[in-house]
Design a protein around this ligand. Structure first.
Ligand code: K2U
Ligand code: ZN
Length: 167
């Protein structure tokens, strides 16, 4: 297994759109395993393939305290959403920034699991937030896009300054 490099905002590669997975084969399962290892090492509770510069519709999530609930969603689609809830969000591609974002409170998501089986799952709470956050990544959307332009520019400048100092 490998720890992959996580793209950092404002890298334009984070704005790429991922393509559907045609066949859930061993190469996809290796990607999933590498994404879990990368996510746990960050540490984070979610990761989308676009964040590691892979343009496939794959996300991994584990909101448990003890890495006991790994969930992989391939070609995820939200088929039902209800309510709305505001929650502070962070992102491994925008480290150190946490801002409130409104999203659907409950969602039902259809996806393929790591064996290629079709699944449907109704979720709420942090898991629902995370699924929506990661699915945005697959379309090149970041949680900072829900903030004001002024806030987003301030975050962009901060990240660029950090990047210059670490080069
Ligand atoms: O996309 C990512 O970078 C993963 C996020 C998942 C997340 C998004 C929104 C709200 C919570 C989590 C990272 O895990 S952000 C780091 C983090 C870790 C634990 C709890 C909250 C945020
Ligand atoms: Zn993120």
């Amino acid at each position: 297994m490998s720890i992959l490099t996580i793209l950092q905002f404002p890298d334009p590669k984070l704005r790429q759109k991922a393509a559907p997975v045609v066949s859930v084969d061993d190469s996809i399962r290796t990607l999933v395993d590498d994404m879990f290892e990368t996510m746990y090492s960050a540490p984070g509770i979610g990761l989308a393939a676009v964040q590691v510069n892979v343009l496939k519709r794959v996300i991994v999530i584990d909101i448990s305290e003890d890495k006991s609930q790994p969930k992989c969603f391939i070609n995820p689609e939200i088929v039902k959403r209800s309510g709305d809830e505001k929650m502070d969000e962070g992102c491994l591609s925008v480290p150190g920034i946490y801002e409130p974002v409104s999203r659907a409170k409950e969602i039902t998501v259809r996806y393929l699991d790591r064996d290629g089986n079709a699944q449907e799952l109704a979720v709420d709470g942090l898991l629902a937030v995370c699924v929506q956050h990661e699915m945005d990544h697959l379309d090149g959307k970041l949680f900072v896009d829900y903030l004001s332009e002024m806030k987003r520019n301030r975050i962009r400048k901060k990240m660029e300054k950090i990047r210059q100092h670490t080069m």
